[in-house]
Design a protein around this ligand. Structure first.
Ligand SMILES: Nc1ncnc2c1ncn2[C@@H]1O[C@H](COP(=O)(O)OP(=O)(O)OP(=O)(O)O)[C@@H](O)[C@H]1O
Ligand SMILES: [Mg+2]
Length: 251
């Protein structure tokens, strides 16, 4: 990654409309690095601020849109959340949890890696492009910087049996091909674009092979969430136990 030259930085600052007082200087520098790498010309204001990150739309020089998921580096709440998930994960055993920045960069890489595995297995997730320190850059789900709705936000008439089947289909690919369980699947972590569900927010997802003892329980919870949402919307659902039968969880 090239170093930012002083004289270039002043110019780059003009490219960003983002005025976000919560962004620290190191994160700001990281945004420049990512922008240089991907030829991003403009970053817009955050479209969301969740528990662990904010997501910003960004426009590349060719008109292509990106989503920048920028993880908070400093809040006590985020530190607690990351620790909760990373402690049990064998991939984190060598990470010093006292170093928040390192912990969060590892978390960003974890979500990136999970996205990559899911994308390569054919699950409909935003295509991951780049991870740099606390910034994950992925395909923007939506148009011209306007994000697509979450499943939660979809008008009732667009919540159909076809959409339900397609969500279950994605879970099947996730489990049977990618060998991954989402672990926070719900109407809040599925976006719907062009009538198709996109699975997002995969940082806490786990590998079935690494979590043998809890896999079934975690998967059942994910499917129950989906079933509850669609059932409430009066869509005919398949019983959770029947869905589980189609999934290969025994190792
Ligand atoms: N690739 C994307 N394209 C467009 N919008 C996105 C994309 N990824 C996430 N978003 C938007 O940003 C929001 C937050 O993303 P995500 O759920 O990954 O972060 P989070 O910090 O875990 O949020 P939360 O704590 O609310 O779950 C999503 O609800 C969605 O509105
Ligand atoms: Mg989320």
């Amino acid at each position: 990654m090239p170093k930012i030259k002083k004289e270039k930085k002043a110019k780059d600052e003009d490219l960003f409309k983002v005025v976000d007082s919560t962004i620290d200087t190191r994160t700001e520098r990281n945004i420049y690095e990512v922008s240089r790498e991907l030829h991003i010309e403009e970053v817009l204001g955050a479209i969301s601020s969740g528990k662990e990150a904010k997501v910003y739309p960004a426009r590349g020089e060719d008109g292509k849109w990106y989503a920048l998921k920028i993880y908070y580096v400093s809040t006590a709440a985020s530190k607690r959340a990351f620790q909760k998930y990373t402690f049990s994960d064998p991939r984190f055993k060598d990470i010093k949890v006292s170093n928040t920045r390192q912990l969060i960069a590892t978390w960003a890489r974890k979500e990136f890696k999970n996205l990559k595995i899911l994308f390569d297995a054919g699950v409909r997730v935003p295509e991951p492009y780049l991870v740099y320190e606390n910034i994950l850059t992925m395909q923007f789900i939506g148009e011209e910087g306007f994000r697509a709705p979450l499943l939660k936000e979809l008008p009732a008439e667009e919540i159909t049996k076809e959409l339900y089947d397609e969500v279950i289909n994605q879970v099947e690919i996730m489990v049977n091909k990618a060998r991954i369980i989402h672990c926070d699947l719900s109407e809040f972590n599925i976006m719907v674009y062009d009538n198709l569900p996109y699975i997002i927010d995969v940082g806490q997802a786990i590998f079935i092979e690494e979590e043998q003892s809890h896999a079934l329980e975690l998967l059942r919870r994910d499917i129950d969430n989906i079933n509850r949402f669609f059932k409430d919307m009066e869509i005919e659902i398949m019983p959770t136990e029947e869905i589980l039968k189609r999934l290969k969880i025994n190792i």
